[in-house]
Write a protein that binds this ligand. Structure first.
Ligand code: GAL
Length: 803
């Protein structure tokens, strides 16, 4: 050990004991805000009296509290919910002891055009509603006194989006207090440049903002821990530059026998970076890191850690259904769990930077992420969208996205935009190169793509820029087979697919002809259903897309097709193609807005997992004598035999690239049963029975133990059953809820795309037999009792615990 290293180690060991009172403090700043819906220009001033304003905790989306109305300026594209202007204020004290510190406020995202004041001083405006940003409050604070933050959010410029955005401070807010010497925001970049089974290099580039004080010795100490908290490796590096305000340090650490991060084993190491000033730790920051490598190959497609795999992705917008866009970790986690169980292994954050919590969950749960920046550049898609802010903001917004997100092991591709209009003219070349250049300056470890909608390589100017690492195609599944011929030597990814349409639990006969809606490119649909439903046999799609089976068969067939992103994993609020009002949320999801899988979920599960699947559709309540198409999705078996009331309907086997089997049946009430067999042995049996009259309500909680933190959620499925416990497939009763004890009823839904009753309130109809009640814990521990009643039905009640 050389002498200098020895001294550094001594500094470090001294530092451990004083660390607690000296390092940064990051406080969640969500509690105790005041809110006013409307404009109140005086509210920026400290003296303004907000006593009459509403009290609330963030994250908060005021649009979701409103009523669906075709007349709202957001239009049907954004779900017809209200937008407007809102003000938030928060008063808080800062201890006198923080006088020698820096105090920053971090907003994860505010939709949109936020302006922020501290004690009446204007801190700035941030138009982009999806970007995280920070202000330095230090200069304007009253240390040892009362301070006031005021935030004006302006979402009046409608329409400004093609989907529901929500309005307000809809993501978390943090208050960070650091020493004068500190690790800069997003200033630590961790990569794994060399990885194999035997060893991995963890490389760090760490930016430190140093205070001008003289006679100090600075060092950066990095400690890597494994998931069990055991120290793996550490390193300390002296900083010898005393002149620059921000200095950077490069470090390289070796991890022997690394456990690699993958979608099936999302193993995370913890990297703690500390800044030492004269041997004392003055700042520290922890990053979760996954050690992994991946590759896109023009012939072989994608591989992770050397193993070939298909990217089995879905696109997701950011709303959490009835909860709106207000970030809730449990709500996001539930969506991801439902997708993981289906076999999905990748998420595209269409078409904007996501909440940081989504990325943390993807790191932890094992999803690859395509992190997308923009839905438009200079050329607009909606009258008041981000094109207005492009010139002034796109460089900073893109840089901030990459800086914030580049340490996430889940992120494997950057997308600089979705179906950008500039692909049709030569500006696509210059802007394409500029944006890819901006990304590469900050991260060279991941490929950059753009989701292109013009699949002609000769005509697409973003492709012509030559800047993309991956050719990302939206739709155009018909040209995929010829990709290698048309794009010689290029690497492929399907950035967006299908746009298949379905209403959960609704079936139109016959099921074997494919319909493209709206055929003439016009909405509303002329030949659509009077009740605005779309059949849930996988045989309806937007005319630019395909059914789920059509595109999956192609992707599955060719190795060079690295994978796909289905549009979409879940239904989302807004964009209810192909219908006009009262349709107000999308039909594209594999899962409906309330989180209930549509049937095609099981097609994916049968293809994307090894878990045995046998799923039978439709329900079994039809008119006697009617011809009904019966479908089964299955895997791990050679054949399926269906039985109606004990009589065999015949054995079916998937032939060629079939993804389901079908029987055309003359309906009679009773029991429809299916049996899957392999080598003559039964693998699975399932059945669906004709339901009688609606008789009782059933409540089922997804989780019965909640954290008493005022945030945790239990999602309660409400089913209307007949006397024998069968789901009544067309039940639509109005259910009245009562919640008592240590929780509240946060939201209600049923997954219907046309139900205009609000998501807030104590009652909601079920739709096709199912409904959802979302219960949120209070900060007080105790039990929470939910009861549900409806005219003519036996009521139900359940309790969950909150501790
Ligand atoms: C795509 C677009 C998506 C969504 C989808 C609906 O072209 O990228 O944002 O609008 O169509 O089918």
């Amino acid at each position: 050990m050389n002498y200098r290293y020895f001294l550094l180690l001594i500094w470090f060991s001294c530092a451990i004991t004083v660390q607690a009172q000296n390092t940064r403090k990051t406080e969640n700043f969500d509690a105790g805000w005041k809110f006013f819906l409307g404009d109140e220009p005086q509210a920026k001033n400290t003296a303004f009296n907000d006593a009459k304003w509403r009290n609330l905790n963030l994250p908060h989306d005021w649009s979701i509290e409103g009523r669906f109305d075709a007349k709202n300026p957001t239009t049907q594209a954004e779900g017809g919910l209200p937008a407007g202007i809102g003000w938030y204020r928060k008063s808080f004290t800062i201890p006198a002891s923080a006088k020698n510190k820096n105090v920053f406020i971090d907003f994860d995202g505010v939709f949109h055009n936020s302006e922020v004041w501290i004690n009446g001083h204007y801190l700035g405006k941030r138009p982009n509603g999806y970007i995280s940003f920070r202000y330095d409050l230090s200069k304007y604070l009253k240390f040892g006194g009362q301070n006031t933050l005021a935030v004006r959010v302006d979402n009046t410029d409608q329409p400004n989006s093609r989907w529901y955005t929500g309005s307000g401070i809809y993501r978390n807010v943090w208050l960070a207090t650091t020493a004068k010497t500190y690790l800069t925001n997003w200033g630590t970049f961790i990569t794994t440049p060399h990885v194999d089974e035997k060893s991995a290099e963890i490389a760090l580039n760490v930016a430190v903002h140093q205070s001008p004080a003289i006679n100090k010795k600075l060092a950066v100490q990095t400690v890597v821990y494994d998931a069990a908290g055991k120290l793996v490796v550490q390193k300390i590096s002296a900083i010898n530059n005393t002149t620059d305000t921000v200095v950077t340090v490069d470090q390289s650490l070796q991890v022997n026998n690394p456990r690699l991060w993958s979608v099936t084993d999302p193993y995370l190491y913890k990297v703690v970076v500390k800044v030492l000033e004269n041997g004392k730790v003055v700042d520290d920051h922890t990053t979760q890191t996954g050690i992994r490598y991946f590759n896109f190959d023009a012939d072989k497609g994608f591989s992770l850690n050397g193993k070939p795999m298909k990217i089995l992705g879905v696109c997701m917008h950011h709303d959490q259904g009835a909860l709106g866009t207000a970030v809730n970790i449990r709500a996001i986690e539930r969506q991801l769990q439902i997708l993981k169980t289906m076999g999905c292994n990748a998420i595209r954050t269409s078409h904007n930077p996501p909440a940081p919590e989504l990325l943390d969950l993807c790191d932890k749960m094992g999803f690859l992420v395509m992190d997308e920046a923009f839905d438009m550049w200079k050329k607009k898609k909606s009258k008041f969208d981000y094109h207005q802010d492009w010139d002034q903001w796109h460089v900073k917004d893109l840089q901030d996205q990459v800086l914030r997100d580049r340490n996430h092991p889940s992120i494997f591709v950057w997308s600089i935009g979705n179906e950008i209009r500039e692909q049709f003219d030569s500006t696509g070349i210059s802007i394409g190169r500029e944006l890819v250049g901006l990304v590469k300056q900050l991260d060279k470890t991941r490929p950059v793509t753009s989701a292109l909608s013009d699949a002609d390589p000769k005509k697409n100017f973003i492709y012509q820029s030559g800047a993309l690492d991956l050719v990302g195609l939206n739709y155009h599944q018909e040209v995929y087979a010829d990709f290698q011929k048309n794009y010689p030597g290029q690497k492929f990814i399907a950035t967006e697919n299908m746009s298949a349409l379905a209403t959960r639990g609704h079936y139109d006969m016959p099921s074997d002809s494919i319909r493209r809606w709206p055929k003439d490119g016009k909405t509303p649909l002329k030949n659509g259903n009077a009740d605005f439903t779309v059949s849930a046999y996988d045989n309806v799609s937007a005319y630019w897309g395909s059914t789920h089976e059509e595109t999956w068969k192609i992707i599955k067939k060719y190795d060079f097709l690295s994978g796909l992103f289905v549009w979409t994993g879940f239904d989302y609020i807004g964009e209810p193609t192909p219908y006009l009002w009262p349709a107000r949320s999308s039909y594209f999801g594999i899962v409906d807005l309330a989180g209930f899988p549509k049937d095609v979920y099981y097609m994916y599960q049968s293809e994307w997992t090894n878990k045995p699947v046998l799923h039978l559709l439709p329900h079994w309540n039809w008119k006697p004598g009617q011809t009904v198409d019966v479908w089964a999705y299955y895997n791990n078996a050679d054949e399926v035999e269906a039985f109606l009331n004990g009589k065999s309907l015949g054995i079916r086997k998937k032939n060629g690239d079939d993804l389901h089997v079908m029987w055309r049946v003359k309906y009679e009430p009773g029991i429809l049963k299916a049996v899957s067999r392999k080598n003559g042995k039964i693998v699975l049996t399932t059945q669906v029975a004709t339901a009688g009259e609606p008789y009782r309500i059933q409540l089922k909680a997804d989780r019965i133990n909640l954290k008493a933190d005022g945030k945790d959620l239990s999602f309660i499925t409400v089913s209307v059953l007949d006397k024998n416990g069968n789901l009544v497939p067309n039940a639509n009763q109005l259910i009245k809820f009562k919640v008592r004890g240590s929780g509240i009823l946060k939201a209600v839904d049923n997954g219907s795309q046309t139900d205009l009753d609000p998501f807030a309130g104590n009652e909601h109809r079920v739709f096709n037999g199912l409904g959802l009640a979302v219960i949120q814990s209070k900060i007080r521990a105790g039990s929470i009792t939910i009861s549900a009643a409806a005219d003519g039905l036996q009521p139900a009640q359940i309790s969950v615990a909150s501790r």
